[in-house]
Ligand binder design. Structure first.
Ligand code: BES
Ligand code: MN
Ligand code: ZN
Length: 499
């Protein structure tokens, strides 16, 4: 694994060696730190701006290599564009873009002189967001690339962010780094191939959260059979990997505070089962545990930053394989809730896993709300691409809060409809409901199916098939898995459910 950078925060100071990152905006002015470096380097920054016709556009960069008069290997100038247009998420992107220049230069030491050219102060949250963007951008899934020789192996960069409000920024970064680590954990889980990360290995990864103070319980097939989870178990019955359920609890709130709950689809590999998928891109189905990955990453994030909330994370871990013992199209199973499901397509397995995970979560924990994440349908990719995840909810307030958190974190959601009319599409001939509603409104009928296993608890379903993986690279992610959902839901908790 390419080592992640170590990032620390301190007061403004002169750069020593390595790379100095400095900032400007559309005005092309320089703050005090950048101006001092410019002066020491004989005006190298000012001249470079002119020579390159650099405009200071947001996220634009200018690289000044081996400037004279200073011991620096290079100076990286990054633009902030129009300051009035810098939104919260832009500070995360700014960190990502800064890191991108350091990665490109194979830099092992850098001082980031975080200041605004207009003289306004950079606040602690913004500094922490820059740090988070840097760490997320540095992430690479390259553990299976064997380096030709040891010298090829990249070293961890040591980065210092120099900012006026260093004291507060240090505290904010202490928390924010936990969130970045949670997103990185989610990425690792999604990127890992299914031969390495099966159901037991995933359950172990959940168990490992005990190190950060999360209480973890693992249910095995016997436990789940006793609870009546025939729907979830039916999906896993064709795999040699035993189905598992991990229940993670972070109790950072007051003892009597009602918990909030997150539920994840954890299909470690989805072949489609007997309704087998075509070969093209089937390898992507190693990421069909993206919902469970996000829930696990979120639990890490909340525990690492010691969130003042009581939170439950439940993930259903199964593998969907064709096999002599696999479930068949036409099978009828009884879910934990007592509802019967006619299995018309074994590739519509995620909803069968969630049916029992959702029911179990709401009955066991009586949460204040329940949010599930799932790489549930190809149809959501047709509808929304990878720019928005699909949001389905029975609650307007929860939806609005989620949408706001999505905009703030750059993990946006688009609300899709739910209504009784769609239920007609999943009425079954021989059971209470069937697990597919055909091609039309595929994401909606999947969500309707889930709603059959939700009572009147405020609930939201996030269909992250388009956003959790294989989404286009951006300023803060260069890996196949994005870790989508961790920052979004951490933010939801931070804004509304703490203290
Ligand atoms: N895991 C898939 C959905 C998916 C597709 C996720 C592409 C990520 C990328 C899910 O289990 C599935 O197979 N859904 C089917 C449902 C259909 C059989 C009703 C689909 O979307 O085609
Ligand atoms: Mn499937
Ligand atoms: Zn699936």
């Amino acid at each position: 694994m390419a080592p992640l950078p170590s990032i620390s925060i301190s007061k403004p100071a002169d750069p020593k060696k390595g790379v100095a990152v400095v900032y400007t905006d559309e005005s092309l002015g320089l703050g005090p730190a950048a101006a001092a470096i410019d002066k020491a380097a004989g005006g190298a920054i000012t001249r470079a701006i002119k020579a390159a016709s650099f405009k200071g556009a947001a996220m634009g960069t200018l690289d000044i290599v081996a400037p004279g008069g200073v011991e620096l290997d290079r100076i990286v100038l990054v633009g902030m564009g129009k300051m009035a247009e810098m939104k919260e998420y832009d500070w995360v992107r700014l960190g990502g873009v800064s890191m991108g220049q350091l990665v490109g230069a194979k830099a092992t030491a850098a001082s980031v002189h975080l200041e605004r050219a207009d003289g306004e102060a950079v606040d602690a949250d913004q500094a922490a967001d820059v740090g988070m963007g840097m760490k997320l951008r540095a992430y690479k899934f390259d553990k299976y690339k064997t380096a030709k020789d040891k010298d090829d192996k990249p070293k961890a960069a040591r980065i210092t962010i120099h900012v006026e409000c260093a004291g507060d920024a240090k505290k904010a970064w202490g928390e924010r780094e936990g969130v970045a680590d949670g997103a990185i954990l989610a990425r690792d889980l999604v990127n890992e191939p299914a031969n390495v990360l099966g159901t037991e290995e995933f359950a172990q990864a959940a168990k490992d959260l005990e190190k950060v103070g999360v209480k973890v319980e693992i249910l095995d097939e016997k436990d789940m059979a006793k609870l009546g989870m025939r729907s979830l178990l039916a999906v896993g019955q064709g795999s040699v990997r035993p189905s598992k359920m991990a229940i993670m609890r972070w109790n950072g709130g007051k003892a009597k505070q009602q918990p909030i709950a997150f539920v994840g689809k954890g299909v470690v590999f989805d072949t489609g089962g007997i309704s087998i998928k075509p070969a093209a891109s089937m390898e992507d189905m190693k990421g069909d545990m993206g919902g469970a990955g996000a829930v696990t990453g979120l639990m890490h994030a909340l525990a690492a930053r010691k969130a003042k909330a009581n939170v439950v994370g439940v993930i259903g871990l199964v593998e969907n394989m064709p096999d002599a013992n696999a479930q068949r199209p036409g099978d009828i199973v009884t879910a934990m809730s007592g509802k019967t499901i006619e299995v018309l397509n074994t590739d519509a397995e995620g909803r069968m896993v969630l049916a029992d995970a959702l029911w179990y979560t709401q009955e066991t924990f009586k949460p204040a709300f329940m949010i599930n994440l799932a790489t549930l349908t190809g149809a959501i990719i047709v509808a929304l691409g990878s720019q928005n995840a699909g949001l389905f909810s029975n609650n307007d307030e929860l939806s609005e809060r989620l949408i706001a958190a999505g905009l703030a974190t750059g993990e946006p959601l688009w609300r899709m409809p739910l209504s009784k009319e769609y239920d007609k599409l999943i009425e079954a001939k021989n059971a209470d409901i069937k697990n597919t509603g055909g091609r039309n409104a595929g994401s909606i009928t999947a969500a309707q199916f889930l709603q059959h296993f939700v009572n009147d608890v405020p609930w939201a379903h996030l269909d992250i098939a388009g956003t959790a993986m294989s989404s286009p690279e951006n300023d803060i992610n260069k890996s196949w898995a994005s870790g989508y959902g961790v920052r979004l839901l951490d933010r939801l908790v931070r804004d509304h459910y703490e203290g």
